[in-house]
Write a protein that binds this ligand. Structure first.
Ligand code: GRF
Length: 287
């Protein structure tokens, strides 16, 4: 429980202790002041008293907690905490989280993701990154008025060359949807656990270098597997290797070809990938 809170609030043990203490003392102070004010009004104890008391402590609580947080050195945490509560209550101040899609193929997944987030109040696809001039995904992006960035191999593998561009677009999360280059360490370090990939098989089977597109589906058929599926995973420095976030399965029947299996897999990808991305980003942002 305590570790969960530390993780959620991104604080160390000492700060967690001071935060809990601030909550406790702030709450007590607010209860004490609320009663004092009501005693001064000499109001009869009854339903009205209770309602007024609740209203009073709702107003006093943020002030008390902020006041107590100062001597404990937790003012910045509580200011942010209260602003977050306020933004949630009012639905205002909601900044959309800009994400980038990296893709180099037809872009059918990119299209689904873009459509999924159209009109979404918290996430927006702000950039499509592609390494292949003329790739279908570039048209997909352009037709949705999303800026594109065509990257160059040598500069990409320098690891941090494109970071300033990503930062310029405010990119907070990266989705690989049919992007075949390995992601360099510099980019992974800048976006730890914020880059996800989709692989058209049930990892850890049929992953790794050279395992993409029809090669994957043919390998599944050649092995005589009775099922295949999709894997959505975090990206690390190895191909198709990071922690798996989600998998979905489909049957492989005897008459399946690499093409027919690819169609089943695409249907699974389109149904699940945008939803999983959305949940992941929103969960992370609620912390
Ligand atoms: C998908 O099958 C995905 O699993 C793989 O590349 C393919 C991209 O397809 N990583 P599309 O370009 O989105 O149609």
């Amino acid at each position: 429980m305590l570790n969960k809170l530390k993780d959620r609030w991104k604080v160390n043990t000492v700060n967690l202790f001071l935060i809990i203490l601030t909550f406790a003392l702030g709450g007590s102070l607010c209860g004490y002041l609320g009663r004092k004010v009501l005693t001064a009004t000499e109001m009869d104890k009854g339903a009205l008293w209770v309602i007024t008391y609740i209203l009073l402590i709702t107003l006093l609580w943020p002030l008390c907690v902020l006041a107590i947080s100062i001597p404990f050195g937790q003012f910045v945490f509580f200011k942010k905490y209260l602003l977050k509560i306020w933004a949630r209550m009012t639905g205002k101040n909601k900044k959309k989280i800009p994400i980038a899609i990296f893709a180099s193929g037809a872009g059918s997944n990119a299209k689904k993701i873009i459509n999924h987030f159209k009109g979404d109040e918290s996430v927006t696809v702000a950039l499509v990154v592609c390494n292949k001039p003329g790739a279908g995904v570039l048209n997909v992006a352009t037709s949705h008025n999303i800026p594109t960035l065509l990257i160059e191999k040598e500069q990409f593998f320098r690891g941090d060359h494109y970071l300033p561009v990503l930062k310029q677009y405010g990119i907070e999360f990266i989705v690989l949807a049919g992007f075949l280059w390995k992601i360099p360490g510099g980019l992974i370090a800048a976006y730890t656990n914020k880059i996800v990939n989709i692989h058209p098989a049930l990892l850890p089977k049929y992953g790794g270098k050279g395992m993409y597109g029809q090669f994957v589906h043919q390998a599944v058929i050649d092995a005589g597997d009775k099922e295949s599926g999709i894997s959505i995973h975090f990206v690390d420095e190895l191909y198709d290797h990071g922690n798996i976030i989600f998998q979905a399965r489909c049957p492989v029947i005897e008459t399946d070809t690499a093409e027919s299996l690819a169609a089943k897999i695409h249907a699974l990808e389109h149904a699940h990938f945008p939803v999983v991305i959305s949940q992941l980003i929103k969960n992370e942002n609620q912390r």
